[in-house]
Design a protein around this ligand. Structure first.
Ligand code: IPD
Length: 277
């Protein structure tokens, strides 16, 4: 194919760490909401916008033929067949409240811009506050701060620590609460960390056993999903589908299958109710 995935990973790492440094050193005393997006509880801060601009300008210089898909701006078309998928701050609500779990997520994918169909090539998730940096390149494994990662292989669902997250729309949340009520009695415990990118990386490094969430955008999951896959985890959807807006489930085989089965049983992707994302 002639694509140097190591070079792409190194670039993703440079971009994400530079962006993280920017957030660390230029943060205002008190973070304010600049605007709201999908609903009144879905915030954007000035920092989300500034950091995305920074990432976009670096990519335009380093890789002018690549396309860009970012959370906070217009899609940039490209001619190379590669697309950079950017989340300047994944975990914006944590950033807003000064809760440490937020990250810059930078991925590069080949093929159609659709998490169910694209091929992730490289990615980096950089946790801004503690500087933890997870990277992966396709077929090359995943690392956290230079240490190779292997997802935890849980003994069973009942002793698994499961991460999840919630969308920003009230109806979706009511649904997610219904599913959570089915999952919680079946597992060790549940964490809502507040950054899908970090959740997926935690599955990769064994600091969560399993993760699921409905309604993720491509930028929330592009880099983290590759990190989890390269650490040996399954990342997919329900009913044999790939990870996408309807559901993303991550974790090591075989126990991840039990979570998939449970989520299918609760219709956690809404396949039976006709209410699609
Ligand atoms: C959100 C976070 C959160 C997840 C939401 C995402 P944002 O991303 O990843 O953990 O539950 O679904 O939208 O808005 O902070 O970039």
């Amino acid at each position: 194919e002639g694509v140097d995935v190591d070079a792409l990973r190194d670039l993703a790492r440079r971009l994400a760490t530079e962006a993280g440094e920017h957030v660390r050193t230029n943060g205002p005393e008190r973070v304010e909401v600049a605007a709201t997006k999908s609903t009144a509880v879905d915030p954007v801060t000035q920092m989300d916008r500034t950091v995305e601009e920074l990432l976009r300008s670096r990519i335009a210089t380093a890789r002018p033929d690549d396309a860009i898909l970012g959370e906070e701006g217009d899609d940039v078309p490209g001619s190379s067949g590669l697309t950079w998928v950017l989340d300047p701050i994944d975990g914006t609500v944590n950033y807003l409240y000064g809760i440490a779990a937020y990250a810059v997520s930078v991925a590069v994918v080949a093929g159609p811009v659709d998490p169910e169909r694209w091929t992730p090539l490289a990615g980096c998730v950089h946790a801004v506050v503690d500087g933890s940096t997870w990277t992966a390149a396709r077929g090359r494994g995943a690392e956290r701060d230079g240490r190779a990662l292997r997802a935890n292989v849980p003994a069973d669902l009942a002793t698994s620590l499961v991460g999840t997250g919630f969308g920003y729309a009230a109806e979706r949340r009511a649904e997610q609460g219904r599913v959570l009520a089915r999952v919680l009695p079946r597992v060790r415990d549940v964490r809502r960390i507040g950054s899908a990118a970090i959740d997926l990386c935690r599955v990769a490094d064994g600091s969560l056993d399993l993760y699921y969430e409905r309604g993720l955008n491509p930028w929330d999951q592009a880099a983290g999903a590759l990190v989890a896959v390269e650490a040996g985890a399954f990342v997919g959807g329900l009913r044999g589908r790939g990870p996408g807006v309807e559901m993303t489930v991550a974790g090591a085989e075989p126990v991840v299958r039990d979570l998939v089965a449970l989520l299918e049983e609760c219709d956690a992707d809404g396949a039976d109710d006709g209410v699609r994302s």
